[in-house]
Design a binder for this molecule. Structure first.
Ligand SMILES: Cc1cc2nc3c(=O)[nH]c(=O)nc-3n(C[C@H](O)[C@H](O)[C@H](O)COP(=O)(O)OP(=O)(O)OC[C@H]3O[C@@H](n4cnc5c(N)ncnc54)[C@H](O)[C@@H]3O)c2cc1C
Length: 287
């Protein structure tokens, strides 16, 4: 299939992009890497009359430290994230997750901003952003605002983005030194979206879990934080009974779709296994 007709715009500033999107209204969509939007257009599942390409705008790239936060420009590609020394050093789970997205071709074009703004439950970055306590900077016709990733996702392809708003950057608190981390993703083949995936960030003290956050990908119409599962492991040494308890608590909040990746019960079951594996691997990496 080929996409329907559309007009192409390439603004040079964020203000111009916001103005264009506000003026053109519902018929216009921002274009980042195009690796979700263009396939949707080719399938005629999306038919925007105007594409506002964000590639001409300076200032939407880069990774920088801002106090105790790492700020990542929305137009950074997955490939650029993988090449960033700052990310490898301070946020190794982000490196690990980016490496599990699709294949090099997609990672060369796909951006972190497009991944988190898309609202597809199959995208890997949103659940990770919840796990990391990230917030998103949105620029719109009435100015800028920050929103927690945990408040951004409202349904499949339905986010807190208001008409005319562009996600310009992502801010992530630098994790504690010596933290353990893991992103476990089950997929049918290399380059596929997750059948089920789990992100874990934790710290250990005296052989026991001191803090823990667990995020779930493609196990609900939005990314999820498995708060009860995380609570279940605090103060434990992650013995097998605790791991099972955490998996059961996580499964209780999963409601995946039954699709080509498997029936609901199967996806919940493997979702629980991803949680247990991620907890174990994160603990083994904690200092
Ligand atoms: C074969 C294949 C396999 C894939 N596998 C995976 C996978 O395993 N895991 C995974 O996570 N993803 C996967 N993807 C999707 C890929 O990661 C996309 O690049 C990503 O979902 C969207 O990023 P993008 O930069 O391409 O955004 P685009 O496709 O350009 O945009 C996606 C949506 O977000 C909006 N948008 C983009 N940027 C902004 C912004 N800054 N502000 C506001 N709105 C914005 C667009 O208007 C559009 O609605 C795969 C894609 C392909 C083609």
């Amino acid at each position: 299939m080929i996409p329907g007709p559309f007009s192409y715009h390439r603004p040079q500033t964020l203000a111009d992009a916001v103005k264009l999107l506000s003026t053109l209204g519902d018929e216009a969509r921002p274009l980042a890497g195009g690796h979700s939007l263009v396939p949707m257009m080719k399938l005629r599942l999306a038919a925007p009359a105007h594409l506002v390409d964000l590639h001409g705008i300076d200032g939407l790239k880069g990774v920088r430290r801002d106090g105790n936060n790492i700020v990542i420009g929305a137009m950074i590609t997955q490939h650029e994230l993988l090449a960033s020394g700052e990310i490898t050093k301070s946020l190794p789970i982000l490196h690990e997750t980016a490496l599990l997205i699709a294949d090099p071709q997609v990672r060369y074009r796909g951006t972190i901003g497009g991944n988190v703004a898309n609202g597809d439950p199959g995208n890997d970055m949103p659940a990770l952003m919840l796990t990391l306590g990230a917030s998103y900077r949105l620029e719109g016709p009435s100015g800028g605002r920050d929103i927690a990733a945990s408040e951004f996702y409202q349904g499949a392809y339905f986010t807190a983005l208001e008409p005319g708003e562009i996600l310009s950057s992502i801010s992530i608190p630098v994790p504690a030194a010596g933290h353990g981390y893991a992103y476990e993703k089950l997929k049918r083949k290399v380059g596929d979206y997750a059948t089920a995936a789990a992100a874990v960030m934790l710290t250990m003290a005296g052989g026991k879990v001191a803090t823990c956050a667990i995020g779930l990908t493609n196990l609900h119409e939005t990314p999820l934080l498995a708060a009860d599962a995380a609570k279940a492991v605090i103060g434990t040494s992650l013995d097998s009974a605790t791991l099972k308890k955490a998996a059961t608590a996580a499964e209780a909040i999963m409601s995946p779709a039954a699709d080509a990746r498997g029936p609901i019960e199967y996806r919940k079951h493997v979702g629980g296994i991803m949680v247990m594996r991620a907890l174990q691997r994160a603990a083994s990496r904690a200092g």
